[in-house]
Structures are given as structure tokens and as C-alpha cells.
Design a protein around this ligand. Sequence first.
Ligand code: NAP
Length: 281
Amino acid sequence: MPAIGMGTWHMGEDRASEEDEAGALCAGMAAGMRLIDTAEMYADGDTERVVGAALKKALHGGVPGLTRDDLFVVDKVLPEHAGADDVRRSCEASLNRLGTEYLDLYLLHWRGDVPLAETVAEFRKLCDEGLIRRWGVSNLDVPAMEELMAVPGGDGCATDQVLYHLGSRGVEVALQPWLRTHRMPMMAYSPLAQGGTRSRRGLFQDPTVRAIAQHHQATPAQVLLAWVLRDDHTVAIPMASSITHAQQNAAAAALRLTEEDLTQLDEAFPAPTEKQPLDWL
Ligand SMILES: NC(=O)c1ccc[n+]([C@@H]2O[C@H](COP(=O)([O-])OP(=O)(O)OC[C@H]3O[C@@H](n4cnc5c(N)ncnc54)[C@H](OP(=O)(O)O)[C@@H]3O)[C@@H](O)[C@H]2O)c1
């Protein structure tokens, strides 16, 4: 799984911005980003249409040499569509809106009333039929992950996508170590603090973050992304609707924070020492 990708939440909500949004995704691909994260929930499917337009543009000359196999498309099924038959219907509708034949990763967006065993069985069928390459979950904490491991095929889960950034470190107490033990990468959403316990403005304006950014000739946003990516076990999926932001985010994957940077950031934004409820948006 690529370490850095592109989120898409809120794209497709305003027709007038769609072309620019697809352009930003295309620019991100041109700058080297290969993972795109979307969901059937976003703009009731219209976000997937914007992603589809970006894929079409990138794969038809927008990004020379790029092929579908180079890309890693992530989509999510709503919990109310996670039962037998409904998963397939949702998946096919998403593929249709995206204009692609398969998803690289299909996630349960959050846990609802459908038993995990039923959803996993459907995901496995979609894998067998080649509609999806892998499946995973989102917004599940350790007890639900333990439950997942106990259902048939549950240990085939590829990732857990959760809210994580410098100002929202609750998962470090239990979930992140659990995922490491199970050799499952964590996918960090809202890595630029769109949601979570600390305000985004506070993080971007923080003197420690700003000093480290200045030292590396980077932006505060790039420092936040490099921090999420520091352990090679976490994927970050920042959303950028501007081309400049998309290019900066692609470049952030090459930024390596020093031990001293990490110590300073730990002092400014300490990790909690006790288990916290999962942050989510
Ligand atoms: N699984 C889930 O339940 C869940 C929940 C939330 C999000 N997600 C996924 O995670 C993705 C990312 O999370 P998010 O959208 O909540 O927020 P985010 O990535 O933390 O923040 C997005 C905001 O950051 C700005 N930004 C992007 N790059 C920047 C840069 N280099 N410098 C300064 N500002 C920058 C964007 O502005 P511009 O648009 O102006 O560029 C946008 O306002 C979502 O889009 C979605 O795909 C999943």
C-alpha cells in the first residue's frame, strides 16, 4: 500500500468546483501519489464521479505512462449496505461511478448493525470474483478488531482506517500497537487535523511545528504529514482540493523528521498515557 494518498471527502458537493477537484487529484497523481480514498457516502456518490473524472484524465494522457495497475483505489461501503447482497450492489454502483473495473481496497466505513461475519463473507466473495483486491475496516477500535479476528476469514483484513494526527494521538495507547502486532498497516484519516481533539489552526500555528517546518524548508502541513508517516507503518490520506496543496502533500512523503524533531513534537503534543475513546468524524 502506498504510504501517502489523497482523500476526497467534500469533493463533488459543488458542481462548480468539480473540475478543479479532479484537476487537483490529477496533479497529485502526476506528483507521484498513487492512492485515492473515497466512499459511497461522500456527496451521495458524486465524489466517486469526481474521482472517476480524475482517473479518466490521468489515465488518458494526463499523467504520461500511468496505468490503472499503478493506482490504489480505496472505497467504502456504508454500514447499512454491509449485509448480504447489498455489499455487491454498493460495490458495483461505486465501480460504475468510478469508471473502473476493480477496487484495490474496500472498507466497511464504520460498524453498524450487520454482523461482521456477514460483511466479511461478502467481501471475500467480491475478492474471489475480482471486483475488489482486498478488504478492510474503518473506525474500529481494539475490541471490535478482536471480534473481527474471530469471524471466518476476519484475519484477512488489510487495514483499519482511523482518525490520527499530531493533535489526536489516542490510538497510540492500544489500537496502533495492536495493529502492529497483527502486521496490519494503519490508515490515518484527517492527517491534517480537519477533525479530532485539537484544532487544525492551533497545530498549523504552533511554534514547535513552525520551527521544524522552517528548519526543513517545509510547510507546517508537510511536517504534520511527515510525522504521521514517521514509522513506515501508517498511511496518510490528506485531502487537497488545490493543486499546490496536492503537490506539497506528495513531497511530504520524502520529508524525514529527525529524532530531535520527534522529541520536540512529543513534548509539545504528548501522547496520552491511558486508553481514549476512538476519535472519529
Ligand atoms: N473513514 C472515515 O470515517 C473518514 C472520515 C474522515 C475522512 N476520511 C478520509 O480522509 C481524508 C482526509 O481527511 P479530511 O478530509 O477529514 O481532512 P484533512 O486531510 O485532515 O484536511 C483537509 C484540509 O486540509 C487542507 N490541506 C490539504 N493539503 C494542505 C497543505 N499541503 N497545506 C495546507 N492545507 C492543506 C485542505 O485544503 P484544500 O482543500 O483547500 O486543499 C482541506 O481543507 C478524507 O478526505 C477522506 O477521504 C475518512
